[in-house]
Write a protein that binds this ligand. Structure first.
Ligand code: NAD
Length: 483
């Protein structure tokens, strides 16, 4: 596959280049080979994108929701018809195995385009009777939205932000992560092929400073970030200075609680899905696996057996089910956490090593006997490192699970249906699971509490974050006044 994009940016319906921008090498994580170069947006490129978005948004908002939705649904169909090609590109961009990208990336993006395309025509206000007077409300777009992406799901993030923004009548300027700049350009191409008017979905490349320039521009009305808590605090602060709307999809250190009565293999599957999918580079991962003491050794033994099923091979071979880390930098971060885990006294059950080959390959790693104060139990690692902690009873595990600054996700495995709902009810997290882990259907709200973020993506909830309500008081009689 030719992985070189036609140009670095996509603005006003066209690919645009400005080689004065800092070159950003695109590296295939499986080999370390450079597969493309893009250039960071210069101030001229940023200006072009904002001007184009503002100019296009007014007419787009004036179209009917049915018309807007039809374009999004057409884009969903095109995306599905090109799933294989888009999945291969996603694999080059991220290193994630094709086995995953074929079912979790462009397909999830297409779901978002289809879902919000369907909702577009249903966005209405309400009528509020007040005797003979009344109020009516109008659901209006925000204007120009900026989306800033992380590197783990480049196609999905570009669609999860773009689809609701466009459905509500906004324009979008999307800045992908500098680590994975390729896939969002394809999203822009497909939207335009589906009939999206020029200027409504623009992609600009760059590092943090390009994101920062977009966030602080007074012509931008909303910012949606997917990234780390550290970046989230900076972006939220910058957005607050301009009183802009925000959605913050940030990091996590989520608890996965496994009770003695859980189905052992299902619980192990949940822990694998919650720690090793996308080589552990998933924000909602259940990286603190609390296992009740009665089942602990059986759980660890079965887990160690099942981890042998990880196939670390060519990500483009569909038999491979475990890929490399996205970058050398991320691999080094994860290695340093593995070293901390050992140094602080956790028991290494399996993995822990780097593969002796090109690219950024780490083994799936499990630590047991992890205690609450260890670094690997407190900080987000964002790699394939599972920390198994043990517990005695329900009240204890709820308190310990909640003892974190994060609140993105939480999961419970038990056969006791009352306990499942009781425990989930007490866990402070936005996206929760009972006898499952890491499902993210577009129909369900997704997002965190506490430091893990504000706002929700997907579902009808996302509409609240890409639109606002105007209320209009209508008086039928005369107006009384004091004088
Ligand atoms: P990151 O915070 O380093 O970068 C995220 C994005 O923000 C990048 O595009 C980056 O260029 C941009 N950025 C950096 N500084 C900026 C600034 N000052 N102003 C504007 N933009 C700026 O995150 P990452 O390393 O790309 O991704 C990993 C993190 O993302 C993890 O913490 C993970 O949990 C989180 N994440 C969250 C979700 C979610 O939905 N909650 C999903 C995926 C990843």
């Amino acid at each position: 596959m030719d992985t070189h994009p036609k140009a670095s940016h996509f603005i006003n319906g066209h690919y645009v280049e400005d080689t004065n921008g800092t070159p950003i090498p695109v590296i295939y994580p499986a080999t370390g080979a450079q597969i493309a170069t893009v250039h960071a947006a210069t101030p001229q490129i940023i200006e072009q994108a904002i001007t184009a978005a503002r100019a296009a948004q007014v007419e787009w908002a004036a179209m009917t929701g049915t018309e807007r939705g039809r374009i999004l649904r057409r884009a969903a169909d095109i995306m599905r018809s090109r799933n294989h090609e888009l999945s291969v590109l996603e694999t080059y961009d991220t290193g994630k195995p094709l086995q995953e990208t074929l079912v979790a990336d462009a397909t999830s993006g297409a779901d978002a385009l289809e879902y919000f395309g369907g909702l577009a025509a249903t966005l209405t206000g309400e009528h509020i009777p007040l005797g003979e007077d009344w109020v009516y409300t109008v659901r209006e777009p925000l204007g120009v939205c900026v989306g800033i992406g992380a590197w783990n799901y480049p196609t999905q993030i570009a669609c999860w932000k773009g689809a609701p923004a466009l459905a509500c009548g906004n324009a979008m300027i999307f800045k992908p992560s500098e680590t994975t700049p390729l896939c969002a350009l394809k999203v822009a191409e497909i939207l335009h092929e589906a009939g999206l008017p020029a200027g409504l979905y623009n992609v600009v490349q760059g590092m943090g400073e390009v994101g920062s320039a977009l966030v602080s521009d007074p012509r931008v009305d909303k910012v949606s970030l997917t990234g780390s808590v550290t970046t989230g605090k900076k972006v939220y602060t910058a957005a607050a200075a301009g009183m802009k709307h925000v959605t913050m999809e940030l990091g996590g250190k989520s608890p996965l609680v496994i009770f003695d009565d859980a189905d052992l293999d299902n619980a192990v599957s949940g822990a694998i899905n919650g720690n090793f999918y996308s080589t552990g580079q998933v924000c909602s991962n259940g990286t603190r696996v609390f296992v009740q003491k009665g089942i602990k050794e059986a759980f660890l033994a079965r887990l160690a057996e099942r981890v042998q099923g990880a196939i670390l091979g060519d990500p483009l071979d569909e038999a491979t089910n475990f890929g490399p880390m996205v970058s050398e930098r991320q691999m080094e971060i994860v290695k340093s956490y593995i070293a901390r885990g050992t140094a602080e006294g956790a028991r290494l059950v399996c993995g822990g090593g780097q593969l002796d080959k090109d690219g950024f390959w780490l083994e799936p790693t499990v630590f047991a006997d992890v205690t609450d104060n260890m670094t690997i139990a407190r900080e987000e690692i964002f790699g394939p490192v599972m920390a198994v902690l043990d517990f005695d009873d329900e009240a204890e595990v709820i308190a310990r699970a909640n003892d974190t600054e994060f609140g993105l996700s939480a999961g419970v495995f038990t056969r006791d249906i009352s306990r499942a709902h009781r425990v989930i009810g007490k866990l402070r997290a936005g996206s929760c699971f009972i006898n499952s882990y890491n499902d993210a259907p577009v129909e369900a709200p997704f997002g965190g509490v506490k430091a893990s973020g504000v706002g929700r993506e997907n579902s009808k909830e996302a509409i609240q974050h890409y639109s606002q309500v105007k209320s209009v008081y209508v008086r039928m009689g005369d107006v009384e006044a004091a004088f």
